[in-house]
Design a binder for this molecule. Structure first.
Ligand code: KDG
Ligand code: MG
Length: 408
């Protein structure tokens, strides 16, 4: 069996999905997602200019060897751009393998460990009242877990993932006005004084059963993170996410000495070497990598297995920039993983997204149910894809009051 060609498409409904389609001499094709939010043209170029010309002629069934060949063969290892490109190839090759076997991917991993996978939704409000309304609407829809982000009184900008006007969807994921980032302000003191009380009010309003998550988005220093984690302990959070910038894997030691609040980290990691100390030293409770830019199924499965040995559960990244293809890859891992924790929720089921990526994966009452179709169980409509083109976008950058650049 041989790979005969592969094509890269960039675009989607309000997103720049990077979709890879790998063709074979047996008529079976595989699909993968290389979307690196706001940097989409980079993995697309690496795929088109280097990886695809090398891929042609290879046997798609040898997904492990192909992964090793590209990873080791690049000499300059890791990084989100390269790992997103390898990830898309890897997903596509697993898709082909599943179609050849006539089985959904979770069967090739070891079968189902659960019927449905709990997901969490994103609730947000420009102030606490608006956030409460947003949480209430998700609870009414049946969600069991909700991430909560709200505006902080006196903060120079709305805050991470906080809508400016509580109208429509949260636009934090991409600013499509171009590649020059907008600037937001940040004040750690105001955040630290306000957030523990706000979280306590949410708990008091919604009761003990709702799983409440909160994302600090890398904005605190290790000592500040320890102070916040200690202060929010009575709230009983499901997790506190990215309290510090986690390139410093030792930063969590101080927090762990002072608090038992569950910690989730990893959405910016792209390899096992970025999180092995965090996992082995049991400094986190949930690992947040994404199959998209952590090297695909082959590499993420290794991370999941390492995590399982250390009581660390999965909580894969699922921000709205991930296409239904990588969300499907994660759905299959979620169905199998003995140490599954929770899945961040992408709005599946919008008519435009369904038309571009038809699938039988479904969401019900805050649970995701994986499709039994062979492979990833998601198709890609190339005619539909012609409606979309690439539109440049950016993440905001963050500055402190005196102008110092801070962490977005
Ligand atoms: O592109 C950046 C987003 O993926 C990130 O801001 C989302 O923190 C995020 C999350 O938890 O979904
Ligand atoms: Mg996050």
């Amino acid at each position: 069996m041989k790979i005969t060609d592969a094509q890269v498409f960039v675009g989607g409904p309000g997103k720049n999905y990077v979709t890879l389609k790998v063709m074979t001499d047996q008529g079976i094709y595989g699909l993968g997602d290389a979307t690196l939010n706001n940097h989409e043209t980079l993995p697309a170029a690496y795929l088109r200019d280097y990886l695809v010309p090398n891929l042609v002629g290879m046997d798609p069934r040898n997904s492990e060897d192909i992964w090793q060949l590209f990873y080791r063969g690049a000499y300059f290892r890791r990084g989100p751009v390269a790992m997103a490109a390898y990830g898309a190839i890897d997903m596509a090759l697993w898709d082909i393998k599943g179609k050849l076997a006539g089985m959904p991917l979770y069967q090739l991993f070891g079968g189902k460990s659960r019927d449905g996978a709990m997901v969490y939704a994103h609730a947000a409000g420009s102030d606490l009242d608006a956030l409460m309304d947003s949480v209430a609407s998700y609870v009414e829809q049946g969600f069991k877990a909700v991430r909560v982000q709200c505006g902080i009184p006196g903060m120079p900008s709305a805050g991470y993932a906080v809508p400016k006007d509580d109208v429509g969807t949260t636009p934090y994921i991409t600013d499509f006005s171009g590649i020059r980032p907008s600037v937001e302000g940040w004040d750690t003191g105001r955040y630290m004084r306000y957030m523990p009380g706000a979280l306590a009010e949410i708990r008091a309003r919604f009761g003990p059963d709702l799983k409440i998550l909160h994302d600090v988005h890398h904005r605190l220093l290790p000592r500040e993170a320890a102070e916040l984690a200690k202060a929010v302990e009575p709230v009983g959070l499901f997790w506190l996410e990215d309290p510090t910038p986690a390139e410093d894997q030792d930063a969590l030691k101080l927090l762990r000495q002072h608090s038992t609040v569950p910690i989730a980290i990893g959405e910016v990691f792209n390899s096992i070497w970025d999180c092995n100390k965090l996992i082995e030293n049991e400094l986190i409770d949930f690992i947040r990598v994404a199959v998209t830019y952590a090297g695909g199924i082959t590499h993420v499965k290794r991370i999941v297995d390492l995590a399982a040995m250390h009581h660390v559960r999965t909580g894969f990244h699922g921000a709205p920039s991930h296409s239904p293809l990588s969300m499907a890859a994660q759905a299959h891992l979620n169905a199998w993983a003995p140490n599954f924790g929770i899945q961040e929720y992408l709005v599946l089921g919008t008519p435009a997204c369904d038309a571009l990526f038809p699938s039988e994966h479904r969401m019900e009452n805050g649970m995701m149910y994986v499709s039994d179709a062979p492979g990833l169980g998601v198709d890609f409509d190339e005619t539909e894809a012609e409606r979309y083109t690439y539109s440049p976008g950016s993440h905001p950058i963050v500055r402190l009051e005196d102008g110092t650049v801070w962490n977005y």
